[in-house]
Design a protein around this ligand. Structure first.
Ligand code: FAD
Ligand code: SF4
Ligand code: SF4
Length: 478
């Protein structure tokens, strides 16, 4: 093993510098600076090159982390990029927004006693450097094949599948109802976690590689699913989950109470330079308002931090459990706290107050009861503990469910689970309809970008196998 590895005993963990909260509150740019070459090399050299690398085991893409850390430590960055990009279609995006504390870094063995290797930051550094040096090239198939695939949805699952299929020479057409490529990467996740030119860069690269994008194409709406299926040899459904879970109760229909994703999409569009009337007229804008966000997941964290940047006079996050039981990443909670967000733990809304528009939330204190069958502690209201939070904007961030795809696509034969996610064979990724495959959140339910990429890659391999089989059968029949 190279002398320069195993430096964790000598070198402390250093994460990339974070811009001061008072500065980053003022814009939507990413909050972490990039590693410079010296720090990336040093931090990569902390890896102890484990024989059984638990970091890799816990990376959904099984990234060959020890190898690209070693190559980085040795200054062999182009090779590090080759290794890193062999298993991941968007390493620079995962390096930025994977919850590393729960995945690779959280399972790094030197975490015990020393702080983990900063895997995500090095991964980001490798691919950003590769882009700067022109090492990232569009896909170039060795030969063109006649068969074509329709991918519905230009989120990470659809994009990963599109790239893998195009690499093999298939004609790939990606359809999306949005006007930009990226799915939640472009319109859901705010710029302070993932700047949009990073996503657009991937979009342009795929176009250069011959992937054809059909934007503003609402499948099941203006474009029928049956037509699409008739035009292509295989179809991949990668439509994500978009039906917002709602909250009822008195006053829940008042103006000023808005769903999280509409709020975040408006903000992202406005930051991308679009004219968005619902932002300009204040409907989806927290500027000068007292904001209350309901929920405790990553979407809620993105909403509170967006509201801070829009100029809210105060931002509170209402969550019915305590900090330790929050589903959102602790890293994002800390970032939000530093930026001035106030968390109201163990509290749930009972009613929304106001006449013409919302002016407050009446909430009740909760306490954690005994664990239920799933092992999670139940929550129960504390009698007589009601209190009021003043609010001019209430953002509901309670999670997402799938839309009713069999109805939307007019395809009763498309089987879905009891939760509405599309059912697929876990070996072939094929749905109940021949030649129709599915991947990403629409199969798993709301999940992570890294899992969407993994599913997109696996589904692409199965689609290629299906197309090869059909092509062979067609030749045999001639
Ligand atoms: P999506 O990204 O949702 O893409 C689906 C695409 O399909 C969209 O572009 C949509 O327009 C299109 N579409 C849908 N229906 C149709 C139709 N009928 N016709 C045509 N097109 C259609 N994950 C992380 O790993 N880290 C994070 O920090 C993180 N933050 C998040 C923040 C927010 C606010 C949200 C909501 C999610 C976040 N996630 C995060 C989760 C992550 O974004 C998703 O798991 C991932 O994007 C799912 O990828 P996908 O390709 O399955 O779907
Ligand atoms: Fe870690 Fe995500 Fe990169 Fe895997 S893809 S190594 S989990 S940051
Ligand atoms: Fe290196 Fe940590 Fe992975 Fe071991 S678990 S190979 S020390 S990054």
């Amino acid at each position: 093993m190279a002398e320069r590895m195993l430096q964790f005993v000598r070198l402390n963990q250093q994460t990339p510098d974070k811009r001061a909260a008072s500065v980053r509150r003022e814009d939507f740019n990413e909050i972490y600076d990039e590693f410079d070459t010296g720090r990336a090399t040093q931090q990569a050299s902390r890896c102890s090159q484990c024989g059984v690398p638990f970091c890799q085991v816990h990376c959904p893409l099984s990234n060959n982390i020890p190898d690209w850390l070693k190559l980085t430590a040795e200054g062999r960055l182009e090779e590090a990029y080759e290794v890193s990009s062999a298993t991941n279609n968007m390493p620079e995006i995962c390096g930025r927004i994977c919850p590393q504390d729960r995945l690779c870094e959280g399972n790094c063995v030197i975490e015990k006693g020393f702080d983990s290797v900063t895997i995500g930051a090095v991964e980001r550094y490798i691919t950003d450097t590769a882009f700067e040096n022109g090492w990232v090239k569009p896909v170039k198939p060795l030969r063109e094949l006649a068969q074509s695939v329709a991918v519905i949805g230009a989120g990470p699952a659809g994009l990963a599948a599109a790239e893998m299929l195009r690499k093999q020479g298939y004609q790939v057409h990606v359809y999306d109802r949005y006007d930009r490529v990226g799915g939640l990467l472009i319109y859901g996740i705010p710029g302070f976690k993932l700047e949009k030119d990073i996503v657009i860069r991937r979009w342009k690269l795929l176009e250069e590689g011959g992937v054809v994008f059909h934007l503003g194409a609402d499948i099941g709406g203006a474009v029928s699913f049956a037509d699409l299926r008739g035009q292509h040899d295989a179809v991949l459904i990668a439509t994500g989950v978009y039906k917002a879970r709602d909250i009822g109760g008195p006053g829940s229909g008042l103006p000023g109470i808005v769903p999280a994703l509409d709020y975040l999409t408006t903000s992202n569009r406005s930051n991308l330079g679009d004219a968005v009337p619902s932002f300009t007229d204040g409907t989806f804008n927290a500027d000068g308002k007292r904001g209350v966000v309901i929920g405790g997941g990553d979407t809620a964290m993105d909403c509170v931090r967006t509201a801070v940047r829009q100029g809210a006079v105060s931002v509170k996050c209402l969550y019915r459990r305590d900090k330790a039981n929050m589903p959102g990443s602790m890293r994002e909670v800390k970032n939000a706290e530093d930026e001035g967000v106030e968390f109201v733990w163990l509290a749930a809304p009972e009613a929304f107050l106001g006449n013409d528009s919302v002016t407050g939330v009446r909430a009740v204190r909760m306490h954690l009861g005994l664990p239920d069958a799933s092992g999670r502690q139940s929550v129960e209201p504390v009698d007589g503990s009601q209190f009021t939070l003043e609010a001019d904007l209430v953002i509901k961030a309670l999670g997402f469910d799938p839309e009713d795809l069999p109805v939307m696509f007019g395809e009763k034969a498309l089987e879905v689970s009891r939760w509405g996610t599309v059912s697929v064979s876990n070996k072939t990724f094929m749905t109940s309809m021949n030649g129709v495959f599915a991947a990403g959140d629409i199969v798993r339910g709301a999940s992570l970008v890294v899992w969407a990429i993994r599913d997109g890659r696996d589904a692409a391999a199965q689609i290629a196998a299906y197309l090869r089989q059909n092509a062979t059968a067609a030749v045999a029949a001639e």
